[in-house]
Design a protein around this ligand. Sequence first.
Ligand SMILES: *Cc1c(COP(=O)(O)O)cnc(C)c1O
Length: 395
Amino acid sequence: MNSKAYYGKFGGQFVAESLMNTLEELDQTFEAALKDPAFLEEYRYYMEQYVGRETPLYYAKRFSETYGTNIYLKREDLNHTGAHKINNVIGQILLARRMGKRKVIAETGAGQHGVATATGAALFDLECTVYMGEEDMKRQALNVMRMEMLGAKVVCVRSGSNTLKDATNEAIRTWAKTAEDTFYVIGSAVGPYPYPKIVREFQSVISREAKRQFFEKQHKLPDVVMACVGGGSNSIGMFADFIGDRDVELIGVEAAGKGIETGEHAAAMAEGRPGTLHGMYSYLLQDTDGNIKLAHSISAGLDYPGVGPEHAYLKDSGRAQYVSVTDAEAMDALMELCRLEGIIPAIESAHALAYAMKKAKTMTMDQNLIVCLSGRGDKDVHTIADYLAGKAYLN
Ligand SMILES: *Cc1c(COP(=O)(O)O)cnc(C)c1O
């Protein structure tokens, strides 16, 4: 296998032989597109006119003064469809068009990536099928409705735990049979090479903007850059342009769920071991027999048992640090941002905020921290209400 497919020992292409040519074709299309000014201009056009970029880098004054350092929020919550996922989806759909594919498929857990893909497919008049676990379809009925309104077909997956991991397996299986006319839109910086590279590229718009915006305000680099980590797409996008700036501390925040010690969490970096899932070699939550364990997080978007291979490499090389916060800490941070700034963040993003609150206490008012606010919390209001009412939440 070619070495460019690896980040250190992580990554690779662990897929059926029948997909190897498709992945190679995708890689060539992507590399050519990046050198084509017309493609770049088209991507820029949709980011600006459809998604609503650039997003503000907002100085959260009251939040900063309360916690003791300057905290800036990269407002991905203000994108069309309410999160960062659309940056990647539009990019991949433009690649699908370039490859002449008329059909797209996607996996979805909570439904956020499914909704973003259905949105992009409607925009470009492509046939869209989304694979979703039966359990997730029950929990996220509103997102199923959204996808159907946008013209997508939602396929109910009944296998394993009936959740994201199983939906992804099913999507990959289907793709292996239909790759001729079908493009697989992956929702995070995971999967076989070149997907982690492609997703990173389309999400790196986050750090390119943030770096320039911060420089315009402060004429220097920030001290710390932080983002939550599910599969790792908003975080790799937030890190990308800062990785070469050795003085900038990079911190990824995973979901510790009910607490790492309970075993009910989604902290693949803290507690996982390297293994193979969904076409990649990376850190995964596994039992002693190597079976993939169910992840738990109050936030559906962080509820994934693995992490993208570049993060595994950034962890092992020491360039980035990975920490975790519990459901309870994330919910406290969420309420804190509502009250101090009038912004209702997604529960995923609240994980990054929770660690920012801890980190800020070790910093001074001369220093600066950027948090990626990956999405807005409108989708989470029911979960928040249940949590605040002290009811048990699902999973
Ligand atoms: C999906 C999602 C995430 C987690 O996915 P990553 O690929 O790790 O970014 C985080 N925040 C929001 C708002 C999401 O919708």
